[in-house]
Design a protein around this ligand. Structure first.
Ligand SMILES: C[S@@+](CC[C@H](N)C(=O)[O-])C[C@H]1O[C@@H](n2cnc3c(N)ncnc32)[C@H](O)[C@@H]1O
Length: 296
């Protein structure tokens, strides 16, 4: 962990970012367009939910955001505890749970997963969706997860491991030349962000240790601070029973490209088929992974 004062400043910035983040019409994301999300992630997401629900009992969600997954698990009969760094996000999650009538089955907590202590042997299942790549102290957190699971309990993770520098460079070049919601001039003005976009976990962590912010996202300093090492941290302590990657490339560009409106979703489906082919031919790995692991 960087020196304590600097860590406090960075984690406050991270928390503020997540509290304030809203859909940006210039830079749309897959998860803000339900039809695009369904095309690229629908089958995978439903299978993720079913895997968790099959565990029954008590579940802890790490980095729950505004509570979408926690809510669905409570609606499916699980007793849920869900943690997030952002007070604003947790407030919104609490409000949605109350309105949905499942508030009594969910406890939302504000805590920093880099430092949080989890209660021992409490949960049948711990889950994380798109959250662990923001955790600096990933090894420590995985140990806390192991301790907090009951014997035989499951750790189920959906996360982002990044595209690697070559695919990222290719994505950046395509993004620069094709018409996107972000105008060409705005894209050109973002060129100074390219080194941070291309940087992998090791160089981001080295920059952090040196006290430099040059490779960190300006608003979300811990964005992608953990990539491949989260898999190693899990493999070290759990028996992995299922693991695969998905979404190698076009999931990233599909929401940002300004397709002719009438063809948007049919073109996106074609891009998804190309993504599937890249995986099948083992041309590349997915940028996301699913993993289910058991505590021995
Ligand atoms: C990409 S969002 C995913 C949110 C949610 N899991 C989802 O899939 O919609 C990442 C979440 O991790 C949370 N987060 C980031 N760093 C954290 C930390 N150190 N401790 C707890 N939560 C953190 C953020 O506040 C944010 O809500």
């Amino acid at each position: 962990m960087p020196d304590y004062q600097r860590y406090q400043e960075l984690i406050s910035r991270e928390s503020r970012h997540w509290g304030e983040v809203r859909p940006d019409p210039d830079n749309p994301q897959l998860w803000h367009d339900p039809e695009l999300y369904e095309i690229f992630f629908g089958i995978e997401y439903r299978s993720f939910i079913e895997r968790i629900v099959a565990k029954r009992g008590t579940v802890l969600e790490l980095g729950c955001g505004e509570g979408k997954l926690a809510l669905e698990l409570a609606q499916r009969g699980m007793t849920v505890t869900a943690i997030d760094l952002s007070t604003e996000r947790v407030q919104r999650a609490n409000e949605t749970a109350r309105v949905s009538g499942v508030g009594s089955r969910i406890t939302f907590l504000v805590d920093d997963l880099n430092t949080a202590s989890l209660p021992p042997e409490t949960y049948d299942c711990v889950v994380a969706h798109d959250a662990l790549h923001h955790i600096l102290e990933i090894d420590r957190l995985c140990e806390e997860v192991r301790k907090s699971l009951k014997p035989g309990g499951s750790f189920i993770v959906w996360d982002f491991v990044g595209m690697g520098p070559i695919r990222k460079l290719f994505a950046a070049l395509l993004y620069a030349v094709v018409p996107t919601y972000q105008p060409y001039m705005a894209k050109w003005n973002l060129r100074h962000r390219l080194p941070a976009f291309l940087a992998g976990e090791r160089s981001k962590r080295a920059a952090l240790e040196k006290g430099s912010s040059s490779l960190l996202h300006p608003d979300s300093p811990f964005e992608e601070i953990t990539q491949r090492s989260m898999i190693d941290a899990i493999l070290k302590r759990f028996t992995v029973t299922e693991r695969h990657t998905f979404a190698p490339f076009f999931y990233y560009l599909a929401p940002k490209v300004r397709f002719p409106r009438a063809m948007k979703y049919s073109l996106a489906r074609s891009l998804k088929r190309v993504d599937d082919m890249l995986l099948r031919l083992r041309f590349s790995e997915g940028a996301y992974f699913f993993l289910e692991a058991r505590k021995n």
